[in-house]
Design a protein around this ligand. Structure first.
Ligand code: FE2
Length: 380
């Protein structure tokens, strides 16, 4: 993208730039802070070498020119001339009207319901471990759907950690580096029984919550015990459409979550069931009947409606049209974005064996590896 025209405006506080057919304004201070010259940014690692306090508060643009497609500016009182690449400017414009309703999600996120069952994103272990393209496709599916399956993994204990290490790091917790999910007598967590489990996100009592969970199957000869996943972002969309006030209550008030099931462990967190960013972006959901603690941050006047909204949220999560249901076979695993996709388990009979292992990891590593694979041009 080329800069074809540049004009100083607002007495030097900003510049107006023609980028292709569009015109965009940029502030002098924003431009100075985001300069890409080698005195402002390290050429080696790209990190900024100056602080905001190194930039004079009275910074103005004294001169602006479009030179060979580049924006050339002279800043006063520093008296420095700095060039800005047109393509970089085009990727970082901010001079536009932002009208987005609360609960919006970015372009790369696709909300889904039970119909995703016809095209569950899945890759094979042999492929993702030998082919960065296959790994990239799998990670891209997690970013888009918050959910993906992997088949053909070794049925050895701990394999799921190797899956996490394909893109990042295991998040170790008080449950260990990974944990066993099989029926136990007197378990410290209801997950370790043969009871069905309502769809939930894991560990909302942590702050920060583990943002990814992997559940791997080593044995599964029981009757029942199917896994279910539900897109919480799709549920939020439905809740907001039919009950805007309920959406406001669940996103506008903090819930409390706690886990105190083991000696020496007292995990507590205060976060909303539906978390929005400051610009209304849907960031995360937290939903777990087992670890929801007493709500003490909802005003008395709102509590009845808050509970009605919580109930409706739960009903929508349980709506069969929302669920993707499948039975894991030995060597199969699935990963969920634990800030978005809920998982559930149907109850199973006492005969046969059901042995799963679970571990946590985080999205920052997954997105970083995916971005690096994309930069290598492997996903086009
Ligand atoms: Fe769980």
């Amino acid at each position: 993208m080329q800069v074809s025209e540049a004009k100083v405006i607002d007495g030097g506080a900003a510049v107006e730039v023609s980028l292709g057919a569009e015109r965009h304004r940029f502030h002098a201070l924003w431009l100075r802070d985001n300069a890409r010259d080698e005195k402002t940014r390290s050429p080696g690692n790209g990190q900024r070498l100056i602080t905001i306090l190194d930039i004079p508060a009275e910074t103005k643009i004294a001169e602006a020119r479009a030179l060979g497609g580049t924006l050339s500016l002279r800043f006063e009182p520093e008296g420095r001339s700095i060039d800005f690449d047109g393509s970089w400017l085009a990727r970082h414009t901010y001079d536009r009207q932002q009208v987005r309703a609360p609960g919006w999600t970015g372009k790369g996120i696709e909300r889904w319901d039970g119909r995703l069952l016809n095209s569950v994103p899945s890759e094979g272990w042999a492929d993702v471990t030998h082919d960065r393209r296959a790994l990239g496709r799998w990670l891209a599916a997690v970013r888009r759907y918050g959910f993906a399956v992997m088949t053909g993994t070794p049925t050895e204990p701990g394999t799921l950690c190797k899956v996490a290490e394909l893109f990042g790091y295991v998040r170790e917790t008080n449950y260990g580096r990974w944990f066993e999910v099989r029926a136990e007598v007197n378990p410290n967590n209801l997950a370790y029984t043969n009871l069905g489990l309502q769809a939930h996100t894991d560990n909302p009592y942590r702050d920060p919550v583990p943002t990814l969970q992997i559940l791997a199957c080593l044995e599964n000869s029981v009757e029942g015990g199917d896994s279910i996943v539900v897109d919480g972002f799709k549920v939020v969309e439905r809740l907001k459409a039919e009950n805007p006030r309920g959406f406001e209550l669940l996103s506008g008030h903090a819930a409390r979550f706690a886990y105190e099931g083991s000696a020496g462990v007292r995990l507590r967190a205060k976060r909303p069931m539906i978390e929005l960013g400051p610009d209304g972006e849907l960031i995360a959901i937290r939903f777990n009947n087992r670890s929801l603690a007493a709500a003490t941050d909802v005003p008395y006047e709102d509590m009845a409606d808050y509970y009605a909204a919580y109930r409706r949220f739960a009903e929508l999560i349980e709506d069969p049209v929302m669920e993707v249901s499948f039975k894991l076979k030995p060597g199969e695993l699935f990963i969920v974005d634990n800030t978005r996709v809920l998982h559930a388990r149907k109850s199973f009979s006492g005969t046969g064996k059901r042995w799963l292992q679970g571990c946590y990891a985080d999205k920052d590593g997954l997105y970083s590896t995916l971005a690096a694979i994309e930069e290598e041009g492997l996903l086009q």
